[in-house]
Ligand binder design. Sequence first.
Ligand code: ADP
Ligand code: ADP
Length: 219
Amino acid sequence: MRTYLVLLGPPGAGKGTQAALLSQRLGVPHVSSGDLFRDHIRGKTDLGKLADGYISCGQLVPDEVTIAMIRERLSRTDAQGGALLDGFPRTPAQAEALGRLTQELGGDVRAVVYLRVPESVLVGRLTGRWTCRAQGHVYHERNHPPKTAGVCDLDGSELIQRDDDKEETVLRRLGVYRAQTELLIEHYRGAGLLVEIDGSQPEAEVTASMMAALKGRLE
Ligand code: ADP
Ligand code: ADP
């Protein structure tokens, strides 16, 4: 039985940070829709060219192409045991598609971890975020600085600031989250799948809270 977990929360909640740790501990791949789009943009594929227009102005990429991209990713052999989804689903249509897709693949969504962080904290987290070019490892100029400025601790690659992390685009993304994604919290709470975690704690405490809350659900 394949196990799928979803990380839900606003931009800057810590989904990517926690997913990296959790996927290692659970032994399933970290599937980030944002990272997949950025790979396509770097590779200059048709999907990358389409996605770039939406991402750079802080809008969501249309459901149809996003769902097709995730379908392809979850069908790869490294996801035979399931996956940890980060940034997908972001709309009701994507949530419905994920339910169908996981069933087709012979599994189900076991839990949806919602990282709750007050909006006042999010802007500072995003505008101070630095991401490694090679693998997307996540740092913050104050909260989680790298050992050497501008260099990833884990793979030595260059740290860059994402174009869509400038304040103006961040504010637009937070508006998009409130309008299109936030309602998934109640959807998954109603389905009995929601695990709510205080994401404003320090990183290690968020990880510990998540592991404790997931223990019973994953056995
Ligand atoms: P998301 O994937 O939800 O957008 P990230 O994991 O990329 O969020 O984190 C956004 C920024 O906040 C990064 O700069 C990261 O280093 C920082 N961050 C993540 N978790 C915490 C935390 N618990 N406390 C303080 N800063 C954090
Ligand atoms: P963050 O967690 O900081 O919001 P992501 O890397 O998850 O950033 O997403 C970056 C951008 O990629 C989003 O603002 C959006 O344009 C696009 N994107 C990512 N995931 C999705 C999705 N599931 N549906 C539509 N667009 C998406």
